[in-house]
Design a protein around this ligand. Structure first.
Ligand code: ATP
Ligand code: MG
Length: 665
């Protein structure tokens, strides 16, 4: 094949490699073949409420059945299954005691140091009941907010489930956040208790958690916190504040192993979770019990095609929505066995993911593009950590979430991790959407690298222009969802105006959910490709371009590991393209940097066209990322302009990198 053709293919939007589902996978899949998919879509089109009502009755156990599916009278404050009553923890645990799963392993816990332990459904039920009773003994009750600031652990999942059991609304704060970020979330949520650990283990090191809680609680405005409950993880030294602090094991000791679930209305807030802050100040996204749990369970069946013998592994932290839906709730609601991983992908070395898959015979593996890109870089440097060195034959399905996956990274994942046997589900969704929105179905959808393909049945995703009018396929625009769906956020905690204005803007008619991402649909297939955040659309001499296309072209170059593209004001072209690039090798400087930059500029011109040529290229050892691993282009925009950063950087992982990226090559 001529080189031009190959490189054209590598460019996300002109991708023409297609990977149909393997026949044996399709034959056993929950949704098998496109006809089955189309049939479900048609059912939703024809009778929207009937469709969702059927799924809700089939998928969840209701204490009191609902009589009305959807109420749109106070749009955009939609309600689902409102007069129904249920309990999320009952659906995740108690159901599994009577359906043959009681002695099935619910969680394989893989600790940082490689030690593995298992917990069955019966044991998890007992632990959650005891902990729920312990919370009640401290006066924590339905409607109270509880902040969870814990490491990846069975106890972390237990704490979330225990809150759900008693009807307390949890708000998990990722264990990498600072005291200041924790304080802000405690105040915003008005938390009555914080559940934490003495320390957490990450990459062989013990890092403080309780000390950070102490620091946060000592700051202004945290008076609402009456209890700090501490899980002993390492036994490291901590300060103990009498009357407020209590050890989890002491509190749980002697509690009854039975705890009648608190039956709550379907709209009862199950949790509040703050978004990553990639595009601005984090928002306290509020989710309801019934609709959220329905979609967590349903997408386990559809997107992950979960089967009784699967060993499911989602590598996300419980501090992110992915860890909520695809660790704490989804897998348990369908009675699956899953791996909960405490460690980091690079300890003791960058082969840890592959080693762990082989060790526990994981069948479904779900991770983020940022992890894949960094492991490509690592296995380039050291062949001993290359996935091909491990026995990954147990895998049958792979997944990606968090950012667009560049076609080159997709191909690497497909070939080296999936051995060209496993479908890849590139799942587009958000904290706000509660679960998957646009994704291939592994037994139905022919996959195209870099495209999240088609919306799930019942999800009315579309692309519109700035006035809310549909745009034809092949033309980029704004991604919206035209109808409410059960697992959508209900509001921004304490800020309904921000919810309404931010997600249902008047400019689009006030009825469409605005995702905040740009997208384009393929002319022939109708497949969706996410082109980047709306804020990140570039306008160069009147040409509108998504950041994703240029970034994927850069990543398709053999030297490049990662790239982020932003615009900066330019007198002649309106906006000029500035690219921040991480190479697979060490960061170049001086003449060499200039020479590689020129090479990359020519490459992009050749791949996409001269209009997409970056005016400026800066090299770094890394890019500024949120603690969930997403590139923070909003900070790069400021750096590109040569200005000082005054924005919210509370969720930035690696502040030192900003200094390095200030200078142009
Ligand atoms: P904030 O809203 O505070 O800026 P955030 O949007 O990064 O933070 P999340 O809810 O964690 O917070 O991330 C959702 C976003 O992640 C989506 O809007 C999209 O930009 C991106 N994303 C997630 N999955 C995919 C995917 N498969 N393909 C493309 N983009 C994805
Ligand atoms: Mg967002």
């Amino acid at each position: 094949m001529a080189e031009t053709e190959t490189s054209q293919q590598q460019n996300g939007l002109q991708e023409n490699r297609v990977f149909p589902p393997p026949a044996d996978f399709a034959a056993q899949a929950a949704i098998s073949g496109m006809d089955a998919y189309n049939k479900l879509c048609a059912e939703a089109e024809k009778d929207y409420e009937g469709f969702w009502g059927r799924l809700a009755r089939e998928t969840l156990d209701w204490h009191k059945p609902f009589t009305k599916v959807l109420d749109e009278s106070n749009a955009p404050f939609y309600t689902w299954f409102e007069d129904g009553e249920l309990n999320a923890s009952y659906n995740c645990l108690d159901r599994n005691l009577t359906n043959g799963n009681a002695d099935k392993v619910a969680i394989i816990f893989e600790a940082d140091d490689g030690k593995a332990t298992t917990v069955t459904y019966r044991q998890l039920h007992e632990r959650v009941c005891k902990f729920a009773n312990a919370l009640k003994s401290r006066g924590i009750k339905k409607g109270d907010r509880v902040v969870i600031y814990m490491p990846m652990s069975v106890e972390g999942v237990t704490a979330m489930q225990a809150c759900a059991r008693i009807g307390a609304t949890h708000s998990v704060v990722f264990g990498g956040f600072s005291a200041k970020s924790l304080q802000e979330r405690i105040i915003d949520a008005g938390a009555v208790a914080v559940i934490t650990a003495d320390e957490q283990m990450r990459g062989g090191k013990a890092l403080p958690l309780k000390a950070i809680v102490d620091e946060a609680c000592a700051m202004e405005g945290c008076d609402s916190v009456r209890d700090v409950i501490i899980y002993k993880r390492t036994g490291g030294n901590i300060n103990f504040q009498q009357g407020r602090d209590i050890w989890m094991h002491e509190l749980v000791d002697g509690q009854s192993a039975e705890c009648e679930p608190e039956w709550v209305g379907a709209e009862h807030p199950l949790f509040i979770l703050y978004t990553s802050g990639s595009t601005g100040t984090p928002k306290g996204v509020q989710h309801a019990t019934g609709g959220y749990l329905l979609w967590a369970a349903q997408t386990m069946k559809w997107t992950f095609d979960i089967k009784p013998n699967d060993v499911f592994w989602c590598t996300a932290d419980i501090g992110w929505v992915t860890g909520h839906t695809y660790i704490t709730y989804g897998p348990l609601a369908v009675g699956a066995t899953q791996i909960v991983f405490e460690g980091i992908p690079t300890f003791p070395n960058a082969g840890r993911f592959w080693e762990t898959i082989a060790k526990h015979k994981a069948t479904i593996f779900y991770t983020a593009p940022t992890a894949i890109r960094s492991l490509i870089k690592a296995s380039n440097a050291d062949e001993n950590v290359h996935p091909k060195k491990f026995d990954l034959s147990s895998l049958r399905l792979l997944g990606s979430v968090g950012e667009p996956i560049n076609p080159e990274a997709w191909m690497w994942y497909y070939r080296n991790v999936g051995n060209e046997q496993c479908p890849i589900v590139d799942t587009f969704w958000q904290t706000e959407t509660g679960g998957h929105m646009i994704t291939p179905l592994p037994g139905a959808t022919p996959e195209v690298p870099g495209s999240c393909t088609l919306p799930l049945p019942g999800i009315m995703a579309a692309i519109v222009d700035e006035a809310g009018h549909d745009v034809p396929n092949g033309q980029g625009g704004i991604l919206v969802v035209k109808r409410p769906w059960p697992s959508m956020l209900r509001t921004i905690w304490g800020n309904p105006q921000r919810f309404k204005a931010g997600y249902f803007p008047e400019e689009l008619g006030g009825k469409y959910y605005l995702a905040g991402d740009g997208a384009i649909r393929n002319k022939d297939t109708g497949y969706f490709t996410i082109t980047g955040r709306i804020d990140d659309v570039l306008n160069v001499s009147g040409h509108r371009m998504g950041t994703m296309e240029i970034e994927s072209a850069l990543v398709a170059h053999e030297l490049v590991a990662e790239a982020a593209v932003v615009g900066k004001p330019d007198d002649t072209t309106g906006e000029a393209i500035c690219a921040f690039v991480v190479l697979k090798r060490a960061r170049p400087s001086g003449d060499e940097a200039k020479q590689i930059a020129q090479q990359l500029r020519n490459w992009v011109a050749h791949e996409i066209g001269p209009i997409a040529k970056p005016k400026e290229i800066r090299f770094g050892d890394n890019l500024p990322k949120t603690r969930s691993g997403k590139i923070m282009r909003r900070l790069l925009r400021v750096l590109a302009k040569g200005e000082t950063i005054t924005q919210d950087v509370s969720t930035l992982e690696n502040p030192a990198i900003l200094e390095q990226l200030k200078e142009s090559t």
